[in-house]
Design a protein around this ligand. Sequence first.
Ligand code: SF4
Ligand code: SF4
Length: 96
Amino acid sequence: MFNKITLQLIIVALFCTLLLSQLSFVCGEENMEKKYIVHLTDRYCKACGICIGLCPKGVFTENYLGKAVIDHMDSCTGCKMCQFHCPDFCLEVAEA
Ligand code: SF4
Ligand code: SF4
């Protein structure tokens, strides 16, 4: 039904598929997760606390003046809730 070359091509294709699946397993999904950087322009912050209250990952804490401080940058998922709701445009979220 198949000639010799077709069979060889099928075997090579199967081998490549297996190799690729093993590579993605070795790399792991965790290493491919996106990381984000939150830029905070401190001098515009009026200490309203909106970003602190809204962030689902607890990225922010407040300093002694009540201004937002980035404390757990690694937890950021890039949802941009803080950026969209900051009334003074202090926050910008970008992919690392
Ligand atoms: S939402 Fe903006 S102004 Fe309010 S605390 Fe956060 S950074 Fe400051
Ligand atoms: S982008 Fe989302 S997770 Fe990241 S700091 Fe802002 S609110 Fe928190």
